[in-house]
Design a protein around this ligand. Structure first.
Ligand code: ADP
Length: 280
């Protein structure tokens, strides 16, 4: 964490608001005057109940949603929605099934006009990083869910985005695969000093991964609270600080009525905490 103190600001979100209009009449404020500063190399996780605006926020930051009020600055400059310097990795790896792993990772580089030789070199570098070299020539349907997500991460990293935006990228995976990907993602992030914004429903995952966890409000489109996770890596999921912050967010979320959105993972965490408390 301490290295972040010396890092410059990578992303500034200033007074960001988003209102959706329904049927041309009623309006719904999804984000209300959101302010977020993210440092270069910081890993920020975002949690909140379903429908609170997490994906909307990520889509605005990615330039996929351009009607909003407020300002977004990257490296001190107002963002141009059309520049591919923010890349989203989605929950379901949206890969091309008719292309191989290598061709999928090369795809964006080809669009950028990078020569065949150069793009193969870059793509293979990132395929190695996510430990899929043996599968470079495999087709997507031949891969497991975890491997597909690794291809999606390699494809995003190959474009060398200024900020990596991740929208519940591991939600569909089993616990073992998710744990392995957490480890790989953290390693890649540190080795490349990537700035990451990561949306998740899984509060324990948010605390484990994040330098900071932003909790969005259930109803009013605000940031409800932020938690700094000042703990060196590698971390362990059952470290008392991780457990106590997870617990604090769960308590916060009870007040904010996360219940409608409760998932098995959160139950698992609540049970783990209850068991730990009972054995003390
Ligand atoms: P989350 O990712 O936190 O589940 P979303 O950002 O997907 O939430 O959605 C926030 C709110 O905005 C929800 O109430 C959703 O119904 C609404 N919403 C999302 N997209 C649109 C849209 N294109 N038009 C109208 N309402 C939308």
């Amino acid at each position: 964490m301490s290295f972040l103190k010396t890092q410059s600001l990578k992303l500034q979100v200033k007074n960001l608001s988003k209102i959706y209009t329904r049927n041309g009449t009623s309006s719904h404020t999804v984000l209300n005057n959101i302010n977020i500063d993210v440092k270069n190399g910081e890993f920020v996780t975002i949690v909140g109940p379903s429908g609170c605006g997490k994906t909307t926020l990520l889509n605005i930051l990615a330039g996929l949603e351009n009607s909003y009020s407020g300002e977004i600055h990257i490296d001190g400059k107002t963002v141009n929605p059309l520049t591919p310097d923010r890349i989203v990795v989605f929950q379901e790896a949206a890969l091309f099934p008719w292309l191989t792993v290598l061709e999928n990772v090369e795809f964006g580089l080809q669009i950028k006009g990078i020569s065949k030789n150069e793009r193969s070199k870059i793509a293979m570098h990132y395929i190695e990083m996510v430990q899929l070299s043996k599968f470079a020539n495999a087709y997507i349907h031949q891969l497991s869910g975890g491997m597909k997500q690794r291809v999606a991460i390699a494809r995003a990293l190959a474009l060398n985005p200024s900020i990596l935006l991740m929208d519940e990228p591991f939600a569909a995976l089993d616990v073992k695969t998710r744990t392995m990907l957490h480890h790989q993602l953290l390693q890649i992030q540190r080795n490349n000093n990537k700035t990451i914004l990561f949306v998740t429903h899984n509060i324990n995952e948010a605390v484990y991964l994040g330098d900071r966890v932003i909790v969005l409000s259930a109803n009013n489109g605000n940031i409800k609270k932020e938690f700094i996770v000042d703990l060196p890596r590698p971390r362990s999921l059952d470290h008392p600080i991780i457990e106590s912050i997870t617990h604090a967010i769960i308590e916060e979320s009870k007040q904010a009525d996360f219940h409608s959105d409760k998932r098995e993972d959160d139950d698992e965490i609540a049970n783990t905490i209850a068991t730990a408390a009972a054995t003390i």
